[in-house]
Structures are given as C-alpha cells and as structure tokens.
Design a protein around this ligand. Sequence first.
Ligand SMILES: [Mg+2]
Length: 222
Amino acid sequence: MTSFSIGIDTPEVIRQKVETAAHYPVLKLKLGSPKDKENLAALRDVAPKKPVRVDANEAWRTKEEALKKLQWLAKDGHIQFVEQPMPADADPKAMVWLKERSPLPLFGDESYHHADAAPRCADCFHGVNIKLVKSGGISGAYEALQAARRLGLKTMIGCMIESSVLISAAAHLAELADYLDLDGNLLITNDPYSGVTTSMGTLSFRIAEEPGGLRVTKRAEG
Ligand SMILES: [Mg+2]
C-alpha cells in the first residue's frame, strides 16, 4: 500500500488535491511553508481522519523549532510519522535530542543514502526512507534496507518523480519495507512504460504483461 503525495501549495489547491486523492487510503503531506497550519487544516477539511505521513524536507532549522512543530502535529492524532524534520547537515547531537523528545516517529530521508549511514541514522531517527535513485539502484537499496532493519530501524521505500521502470523495480523490494511511498509514476502523465499497477493505493503485478525480470513493458506510441 503506497501513500499518495500532496505537495506544498495554497490551501485551496491542497483541498482539491485531497479530494482527487479520495481513493488513496494514506496521504503524504509536504510541509515547510509559512502556510503549514492552513495546509494541514485544508487537508483535514476534506479527510478528517485519514492517516497522513508528513515530509518536512529539512525545513526546520533548529531542534526547538522542530520540536514545536512535532508537538503541534501530534495533536492531530492521525499523523503516522514525520520525515526529515531538520537538514541532513544539522548537528547529529541536535537530531538525537529531537528523537529523545519527539511525540511522533521520525524518519530520515536526505540523511540516509547508503547502508553505511545506518548506524548514524539509528541514533537520530526511528526509521529511514530508502530510494533507488539515492542508493544506486536495486542492489544498493537492498543493502540499505537490510542494514537499516538489522539496527531496528523502520523502513520505507520512497521515490522521486519517476517512470514505471524504477517504481516497478522498487516494488520488487516491498517485502523489506514497513511502509511504501511509491507514487512517482502516478504523478506524471507521460510514463513511457507500464509495470506495477496501483489500485486504491495497493501495488500489484497481477496484470503486468511482462511475466519476468522487472515486469515492465514499453507502452505503445500514441
Ligand atoms: Mg522525503
């Protein structure tokens, strides 16, 4: 089951996007704009209790600011976790401080590219977001997932804006992840490939034409 991403926008557009995403059971909301409160309120107008993952994308500059935001988000009652509250180059001691006090689980994204960063991330976060683009492909992502799991970190497989080639490749690793955020191919209209499909947020290879390998097929030109 993948989350569906709602990018930073005006509250009115957020409202429309959340309405359009009604058939996705889990949303991911990007924060880090001056309108964070209005944007979450707009989402909640449309989807009052839907599980939401928040991605702060390194937005909060100090540990105190980040903690204040996390305490505000925890009051919502339906936020699953918060991704990358502080910049990846922030003082690791500040991130450890934040992890000790955070009322919500924290996930590293920009802080976690390769398996060798797993020990540092285990000090600073409760989980990590692994993307094939960051980790160098399937084998790098596999190593990054295994290294994180060995240290007790929760794992999410995420993506950039991608075609169905990389989304399908990532989907083959799904069993190593606690959470999926594989919606990059749903956010584009010019995907040259088809592979894994998404229905009501659930990924499946059931109707993939290609029976082997990545299970990806080039779409007919049209
Ligand atoms: Mg992220």
